[in-house]
Each structure stands twice: as structure tokens, then as C-alpha cells.
Design a protein around this ligand. Sequence first.
Ligand SMILES: [Zn+2]
Length: 93
Amino acid sequence: MSTSKTSSAGTVSTDAATGKPPKTVFPEPVQFDLNSYRCPRCQTTMAAESYGPCQNCVAELKATQRGEATGEIAAAYEPKMNVTPNAVALKDD
Ligand SMILES: [Zn+2]
């Protein structure tokens, strides 16, 4: 008759000496590696001197932003004279 070693139900993960639970060991914070990180826009692994989107995304963004600023959208906008000029400002005295 062999008594199998059963895990005692009374075991608590506390330090017997102090009665406190063991200290939580946090892993070392991972240094952000600019030599190899993922582009926040297209998730392509890339390297750069400072954090930001990859060159493809930068070029793409520049093109689209420039288009919005001076492209068709700006050309299509026709300002309307909804506001009447200030009568006081036009007053010639
Ligand atoms: Zn990108």
C-alpha cells in the first residue's frame, strides 16, 4: 500500500517567515528599438532615427495632405459672400 504524494490543500503561496506573499517580479522594461520597429501605419518593420511612419507612408501622407491643401478640394471650393460687409467699417466720414 503506497501512499501517493498528494498535494496538500493547505499550501498558500506566502512566505512562511514573513507571512507576506512573494514580491512580484516585473520584467525589465523593453527599450524601444528604433533600429527595428513596426511602422504605426502599415506595420512594416523598419528603422529610423526617430519614431514615425515609414518613408513610404510619409511620402503617401505628404502627397495626400498636399492634395487636400491645394488640390481639387481647394479648387472646388467657391467662397460665397454670405456675410455683408461691416457698415461701420465702410462708413466714409
Ligand atoms: Zn508605413
